[in-house]
Write a protein that binds this ligand. Structure first.
Ligand code: AHR
Length: 515
């Protein structure tokens, strides 16, 4: 099996924005409580932040972290989470049928984000929340001083404004499961008015409109078209979500489901082009809106009462199979990821790279304990799940300029049509004079040959090949066997036109180049 990728140094697809490697943490299960925040424990610092988590998150070198939801945000009152922790109310979180203690809020998140070196991306409540409260949150976070909410932030111990740049106008508002779910026309109107007020407070902020999140909903894309007619002048990004689920379609189809994400991005891109063409005001006829893929991952919904993603249609709540209702931070959505899941995540990462001309923000959902690469226990141990590794390697080496290839060679029949056996992306780091080649071999039975041709470079020398594979695609990492499945570094063929990829493997091949 051979796949041929022809590159030319001059054919640049686009630069990888640092926000392409971002993540998301929600008040959900043990993501915040027990993940980020675990006060009065020997393994936490004086603010109650887990030290092991801070280190693991820093190592991922993330662009932004989206907070506080997710479905949670649509019934969240951010004012419950500020001021003295003793006075904060316990409230009902309808998204996950949990009790929210509110001992962690916006100030705690911004402080933690600064310590781990990432920028916050904050979602406002456009479900049950009103537009004034959204503008007040911007005032609380970004206004220097001299008004009620900015002075309250200072009184709460935070002299300097947080200057948060990225703001999401709600979450999955097209879904019936969302508190305050509404029609596209109603959302457009509310989001537009919220956007106006939020920008009156701080005109430097960038806003994300809430686009279609699930392809199977009857409103898919029609929603985007309707909202963008109105919102085009007011926003900078449209969000979309993409979860890939292994629900019995077979290993090859699941491994090839990077194509689902690719189709989804192309669809969103087409709606954006159409919305742009409708703009009458010359000011907006040249304005480009980028895609904010603010939730992506493999999610097998191990403890949600649905069999496949189609079941989301008509669903009015995310019901859990065995969690008790109204507990504080219950251990829910703690997905256990296999090697196969990790290879699929690696394929999704390659797809994101191959769409960096459109996708400027992408958040792996989520970061901690909930459908996440990092899992913690209650005794101070931290586990890197299988999906941690491709994500870490993408964040480490997937920075620079993505080159645009012509692809030929062997294909395989999948549910998504005939696809190349090897899916690949190449990033050119001009400063370090390196090429990083990411490649997924979806052939389950045979090693593959990868033939790369690079016009315009005088020499390309493969230096190391990091290989992620194993005999058992179901294998996982556990607290007992934390390094059961980890990538291995090998020496590749010195001929970039004759690289070898083990069957069912995800690879990073790092090369030196003479430009
Ligand atoms: O990430 C878990 C949930 O998935 C989020 O709360 C929601 O936005 C999405 O449906």
């Amino acid at each position: 099996m051979k796949s041929v990728y022809n590159y030319d140094k001059l054919f640049e697809l686009g630069n990888v924005d640092p926000k392409v490697w971002s993540s998301f943490t929600e008040h959900l299960g043990r993501s915040i409580y027990g993940g980020i925040y675990d006060p009065d424990k020997p393994f936490s610092d004086e603010n109650g932040f887990r030290k092991d988590v801070k280190k693991a998150v820093k190592d991922l070198n993330l662009g932004v972290i989206r907070y506080p939801g997710g479905n949670f945000v649509s019934n969240y009152n951010w004012k419950d989470g500020i001021g003295s922790k003793d006075n904060r109310p316990k409230t009902m979180d309808f998204a996950w049928s949990s009790v929210e203690p509110n001992t962690f809020g916006i100030d705690d998140f911004c402080q933690w984000a600064e310590e781990v070196g990432v920028k916050p991306m904050i979602a406002v409540n456009l479900g049950t929340g009103d537009i004034r409260s959204a503008a007040e949150l911007v005032e609380y976070c970004n206004h220097d001083h001299g008004t009620y909410w900015s002075d309250l932030r200072i009184k709460n111990g935070h002299r300097k404004p947080y200057n948060i740049k990225y703001w999401c106008l709600g979450n999955e508002m097209e879904g019936d499961w969302q508190a305050g779910h509404m029609s596209a026309a109603d959302y457009a109107k509310k989001a537009r008015e919220a956007a106006k007020m939020m920008k009156w407070v701080d005109k430097s902020i960038s806003l994300v409109a809430c686009g279609s999140s699930y392809e199977m909903l009857p409103t898919y894309l029609k929603w985007d078209e309707t909202i963008m007619k109105d919102l085009y002048p007011y926003v900078d990004y449209i969000s979309t979500h993409n979860y890939n689920m292994n629900s019995g379609q077979g290993t090859l189809n699941f491994l090839s489901s990077w194509k689902q994400l690719d189709n989804h991005i192309q669809n969103t891109k087409n709606v954006l082009a159409y919305s742009k063409s409708l703009q009458k005001d010359p000011k907006y006829q040249n304005k480009d809106i980028k895609i904010c893929l603010d939730e992506w991952n493999v999610w097998n919904m191990q403890d949600i009462k649905i069999n496949n993603l189609d079941d989301l249609n008509g669903m009015t709540t995310f019901e859990l199979t065995d969690a008790k209702k109204w507990e504080e931070h219950p251990a829910i959505l703690q997905e256990k990821y296999s090697l196969l899941d990790a290879l699929t995540v690696g394929g999704l990462g390659i797809t994101i790279l191959n769409n960096v001309d459109q996708v400027e923000i992408a958040c792996l959902a989520q970061l901690l304990n909930v459908i996440s690469p990092i899992t913690t226990d209650e005794d101070g141990h931290l586990l890197k799940q299988t999906i941690y590794y491709p994500f870490e390697l993408l964040s480490k080496y997937g920075r620079g300029t993505v080159l645009s290839p012509r692809v030929s060679g062997d294909t395989q029949a999948t549910d998504y049509g005939d696809l190349p056996v090897v899916t690949s992306a190449t990033v050119y780091d001009k400063e370090k004079k390196q090429l990083h080649i990411f490649a997924l071999n979806t052939d389950l039975n045979n090693d593959a040959k990868l033939d790369l041709n690079f016009a315009g470079f005088s020499k390309v020398t493969p230096k190391e090949q990091i290989v992620f594979t194993g005999a058992d695609l179901k294998a996982t990492n556990t607290f007992e066997k934390p390094e059961n499945i980890v990538p291995k570094t090998t020496t590749p063929s010195q001929d970039v036109a004759n690289l070898s990829l083990p069957k069912a493997s995800w690879n990073v091949i790092n090369c030196d180049v003479d430009a």
